[in-house]
Design a protein around this ligand. Structure first.
Ligand SMILES: NC(=O)c1ccc[n+]([C@@H]2O[C@H](COP(=O)([O-])OP(=O)(O)OC[C@H]3O[C@@H](n4cnc5c(N)ncnc54)[C@H](OP(=O)(O)O)[C@@H]3O)[C@@H](O)[C@H]2O)c1
Length: 344
C-alpha cells in the first residue's frame, strides 16, 4: 500500500457506494486505515437498507435527502453525471468538499481537475469548500506519464489509442461481458447488448460513449481536453481513439509522444524512473511489459515497450496500463482528499 499522510478523523460520504467505484472507495479507505469519524453510504432506493462492513462497523446504505451531507468533511461522488449535477452543489452548500468522479464539472474553469502527482498544486485550501473533479480514468494514467516528459523535454504532440476494460462501464458492464462470454462458450443464446452498442464478448468496439459531430466520441474528447487542462497546455496537439475491449479490468494505452528535444532512451527512462506514481516494466527480452491482470489492484501506473519511433527520432512509443477503477477513479480521489486535509 502507498503511504498515507497523518489525518485527523474525517466524516466521509460515498455516493454510489454500491457501484464499481464506490466499493473501491470503501476498500481503499479501509486498506489505508483512513481515520474515520463517520462514513455515510448512499445509493438508489433499491440498494437502501443493504449493509456494508467498514472498520469494524456495520453501515447501512441510504438514499440521499436534504441535509444528508451536513457534518461531512468530504463526499466522494461516483453515481454518474446527472446525480453529481443535482447533488454535488447541495453537498458543498451543506459544508462538504466534493470529489467528483463524473464528467459533470471537469471542464468548468473554476473547478480544479486534479491528479495529485501531476498538478497537486491545484488542490484548494481546506477552508475553501468546493467541488474538485477527478479526471477520466484513461486521462489519469496518460498524464502521470506525460507530466515528467513535459517538464524534462517539452511535448510537441501526443497520439493515444486506448484499450479499455468493461469495468470502466460499471458493474453492469462487467456483468454483460461475463454473461455473453458464458453463453457463447456454452452454446446458449447470447444476452442482447444493453450497456455496450454491440456484443462485447470476443469483440473490440471502437466506440465508448456517444459520437459527436466531429466524429470523435465523447470519451475521446474527454481524454483530449482533460489532458490539455491538467498539463496546462491548452493548445496541446493531441488525438485519441478509445476502444472497448473484452477485458475485465485495467485500461491499456498505446501512446505516441513527440518531444521538443532529442533524448536518448536512457535519459527518457531516467526521467520516468524519477517520477512519482509510475513503475517501468520494460524488458522485451523477457517479454516484460505491463498487463491488465498484473496492474489490477495496484496503485501505480505501469509503462513499458518504450521505444524510439521508426522515422521520427523525437517521437517515442510506449504502452501504459493502470487499474481504471483504482488509480483511474477511487484511489486518485482519496489521494486528493489526503492532500487536501493535510494542507493548512
Ligand atoms: N468504472 C470506472 O472505471 C470509472 C472510472 C472513472 C470514473 N467513473 C465514473 O464513476 C461513476 C460511477 O461509475 P461505476 O463504474 O461505479 O458505476 P456502477 O458500477 O454502475 O455504479 C453506479 C453507482 O451509482 C449509484 N446510483 C445510480 N443512480 C443513483 C441515484 N439516482 N441515486 C443514488 N445513487 C445512484 C448506484 O446505486 P445502485 O447500486 O443502487 O444502483 C451505484 O452505487 C460514473 O460517473 C463513472 O463515469 C467510473
Amino acid at each position: 500500500m502507498g503511504t498515507r499522510p497523518n489525518l485527523s478523523p474525517l466524516s466521509i460520504a460515498v455516493v454510489g457506494a454500491t457501484g464499481m467505484v464506490g466499493r473501491e472507495f470503501i476498500d481503499i479507505l479501509q486498506q489505508r486505515n483512513c481515520p474515520t469519524k463517520e462514513l455515510k453510504l448512499f445509493a438508489t432506493k433499491e440498494s437502501a437498507g443493504q449493509t456494508i462492513e467498514y472498520q469494524q462497523r456495520t453501515i447501512t446504505v441510504q438514499e440521499m435527502g436534504t441535509g444528508c451531507f451536513s457534518g461531512c468533511d468530504v463526499a466522494f461522488f461516483s453515481a454518474g453525471s446527472n446525480i453529481s449535477e443535482e447533488w454535488a452543489p447541495k453537498a458543498v452548500t451543506e459544508g462538504a468538499f466534493v470529489i467528483d468522479n463524473s464528467s459533470a464539472f471537469r471542464m468548468k474553469s473554476n473547478v480544479p481537475l486534479v491528479v495529485p502527482e501531476v498538478n497537486g498544486h491545484r488542490i484548494p485550501k481546506k477552508t475553501n469548500v468546493q467541488i474538485i473533479a477527478n479526471p477520466n480514468c484513461s486521462t489519469i494514467q496518460l498524464v502521470v506519464v506525460l507530466k515528467p516528459l513535459k517538464d524534462a523535454f517539452g511535448i510537441n504532440n501526443v497520439t493515444v489509442s486506448t484499450y479499455q476494460s468493461v469495468s470502466g462501464a460499471g458493474k453492469l458492464g462487467v456483468e454483460e461481458l461475463s454473461n455473453q462470454t458464458l453463453a457463447n462458450l456454452n452454446d446458449k443464446d447470447e444476452p442482447l447488448p444493453r450497456v455496450f452498442p454491440h456484443p462485447i464478448a470476443f469483440n473490440n468496439i471502437p466506440q465508448i460513449d456517444v459520437f459527436e459531430d466531429s466524429g470523435f466520441t465523447f470519451e475521446e474528447k474527454k481524454i483530449m481536453l482533460e489532458t490539455q487542462k491538467i498539463l496546462e497546455i491548452p493548445d496541446l496537439d493531441i488525438s485519441a481513439t478509445a476502444v472497448r475491449t473484452p477485458t475485465l479490468n485495467s485500461h491499456s494505452e498505446a501512446v505516441w509522444v513527440e518531444l521538443k528535444k532529442d533524448v536518448t532512451r536512457d535519459e527518457l527512462i531516467r526521467c520516468l524512473e524519477n517520477a512519482s506514481g509510475l513503475v517501468i516494466l520494460d524488458n522485451i527480452k523477457n517479454s516484460l511489459y505491463p498487463l491488465n491482470r498484473q496492474a489490477s489492484g495496484k496503485d501505480e501506473v505501469f509503462v513499458g515497450r518504450i521505444r524510439k519511433d521508426f522515422k521520427n527520432p523525437r517521437r517515442w512509443v510506449m504502452w501504459i496500463v493502470s487499474d481504471n477503477v483504482r488509480k483511474g477513479a477511487a484511489l486518485n480521489g482519496i489521494q486528493i482528499a489526503e492532500k487536501l486535509f493535510s494542507l493548512s
